[in-house]
Design a protein around this ligand. Sequence first.
Ligand code: LLP
Length: 428
Amino acid sequence: RPHLSMHALDGLTVEEVPLARIAAAVGTPAWVYSAGALRRRARALTGALKSAGLRGSVHYAVKANTNLAVLRVLAGEGLGADVVSEGELRAARAAGIPASEIVFSGVGKTERELRLALGEDIAQINVESAEEVEMLSALAASLGRVARIGLRVNPDVDAKTHAKITTGRSENKFGVAFEDAPALYARMAALPGLRPVGIAMHIGSQITAGMAAYRAAYARMAELATALLARGLPVEQLDCGGGLGIPYRDEPAPTPEALAGAIAATLGPLNLPVMLEPGRWIAGPPGLLLASVVLQKQGTGRRFLVLDAAMNDLVRPAMYDAWHGILPVSPRDFAAATAPADVVGPVCETGDTFARGRALPSLQPGALVAFLDAGAYGAVMSSTYNMRPLAAEVLVDGARFAVVRDRQTHDAILAGQRLPGWLTEGTQ
Ligand code: LLP
């Protein structure tokens, strides 16, 4: 995490901005993103494809972090987008990502979303079922459009990641069965309003178990592409999905070079452009969640650090038992002796626990801590549970920082709620 450093005077610093300064200006909890780290990681991915001799493009999976400033930084690096909803498509466009660089994935795109995608003339729509193929053909034909479509195929491989984020097994809801793909692809080529352009696979997220699952999936993709081409069907590009894991806890994690190597070894001979859809690898490490200690509580045989951030802000520990590094921000706290502590939020659920028995110093109320590697699937998965406002988001770029999303106000949480007339009649 080259954007993070510890300074004797200023404490934990993102690029050139001390987190204490951000907390003083913006309050906590707050998400903090490093523009420099985002840029470096975007370049590392495009560079890895190039070094492996592949023609290809990187379509950032917008779901990981939809902040417009983050999207803008990545757009500036020439990345395209992988979107899964009308909202994400709008966000990508609003951030300046051209429609010609946008891919739309998802197992349940609505007619309204497909209409928008066709209207914007995005690069590619990845279809995931025979039913969707028929619906999209009818819709595109009725609008006088031709949809460029990829067929998402389920390769039935086990990505060996958390069960909630594995997607490439036959029992998962995603894609069409490998066996059904050739016939459906031929149908796609025959139907009006559709132009099949390639195959897509995405086998899961936070893949750290090496390249074996990727290789198995891409080998199947190569086999399928070869068979389709032999039948005279058009295959112009191969969408290799996302999923590249990051080391949350110093565990070994694959590199972009390893992924590019696996693609080159399996799909290289086809000599087709490849697309990547990474989300976490790009946006995870550049982001952190800054929080304050509300109080330190001595329980029965356990010390609790109660923070002003909670599971409604960062749900990953509660939802996936995810591990995030937690660092004290002040230089004195950073250097102090540690002892095991449970790090918890104020939400009324036992699941609102970020870490158990974590080695941390004694921290006074108001002390700052940072949750590391929280840029992906952090802010985007927040809720207002317990009527807690969505936290502010901050972008750091060199010595500058700016609030790129205001902290939600309490009025904004209540806005849009209505009391029906029959409940208020006679009470005014
Ligand atoms: N492409 C498709 C079709 C996807 O479904 C996903 C993620 C990606 C690309 C990007 O995957 P990535 O490179 O970020 O692994 N909320 C979970 C992760 C859910 C991932 C969903 N799909 C978490 O916090 O771990």
